[in-house]
Ligand binder design. Sequence first.
Ligand code: T4K
Length: 408
Amino acid sequence: MSVSNVNRMSDAITLAICGGVPSFTEPLHVGRPNLGDRAALLSRINGLLDRRWFTNDGPLVKDFEKRIAMFLGVRNCVAMCNATVALENAIRGLQLKGEVIVPAFTFIATANALQWQEITPVFADMDPATHNISPSSIERLITPRTTGILGVHVWGRSCDTDAIEALGHKHNLTVMYDAAHAFGCSKNGKMIGGFGACEVFSFHATKFLNSFEGGAVVTNDDTLAEKLRFMRNFGFSGYDHVTYLGVNAKMTEVCAAMGLTSLEAIDELIAINRNNYERYYKELQELPGISVIQYNPAELNNYQYIVLEVNPDIAPLNRDELAAVLHAENVLARKYFWPGCHRMEPYRSLQPNASLLLPETERTASRILLLPTGQAVNMDTVETICWIINTSFSQSDLIKAALSKGTK
Ligand code: T4K
């Protein structure tokens, strides 16, 4: 796929943005799904076809839930069709209402899960050192209408759970977490999944642990778990009895088959991600104005996210210019979570002044760029991407000229 070796050997290097040949013949995505043992997956799918049990709390879903709960060391795992719906059910199950404080720097689903239930997401600023919600920003936003705090473990690096839970305790607020990025990650040696009233994982195709589509609420609260089991199945408890206002949030058997197969592959997937991450770090960290995300080696991490921060005051190209260079080479780097939830609808219209309270989010969100990793990427690919970035920095004048020509 890569033609970079040819490019790299030639004397006159022309990056694609300046009219050269793209380094990759096919698009290289951030979020290309990983796949565990294909034979194991197909055997599970054959089994579910033979059983004629496709959904509704089938044996594969039960097994998936049991193994996830054991892996995380939590009492309950309630699997659902995706994390957005799992967040909605968890929020409803915990009876949050009024206002809930969330970071502005997250995927839009975190905020939408509240707004969908007419709960106001109140956007807190981030700690620029961790990209996670800042506890001091949370405290300033608490009002008599606040009922909860929904933290997000961005990139799988844990929020400051101690500070957030102390705030929850002090102000009598329910604390829960969006752990969509954090499967297989720990905080002070304890697996993420066991913090707050509950935590929600995503098993979307692009996530570290994928079940095609999927999500789960994990909790040590047995009452909440029982309620969520009813809620995800229309509220039914038995054939003719409905006990809660429910929805259809069930995980299918084929998704559980994929989830179980992915779960069996996580050691291999972490090793691949870690290897890619270390090479990216080594090649890019010294570049002027670039910092590569750091993962605490004392904790467990899934290394799923290769996050660059581009400081436009130091780097010869800013984040958007670098993204344009990479896209021209067929490396589809992503600007997650730019421009921040507060700048997307409906929040942009509902809370037009929110950005005034979010200076760190505003600054950092405009600097972040994610690069591809996972099984779709090998060392040659990583080296080529790093070579493109290195070369673009040394040819920044040519690139700026090409970009300004393109905008005329
Ligand atoms: N909370 C947080 C903090 C989250 O990050 C997310 C989801 C959620 C909650 C909600 O979880 P779910 O309800 O999805 O379970 C993607 C993902 O769709 C989304 O799950 C994820 N976060 C978010 C960060 O990224 P998009 O719309 O930016 O990208 P998408 O899905 O088009 O995928 C990115 C690229 O990956 C594609 O351009 C191509 C490649 N790809 C994708 C899929 C699905 C493939 O190669 N194969 C595939 O099957 O949202």
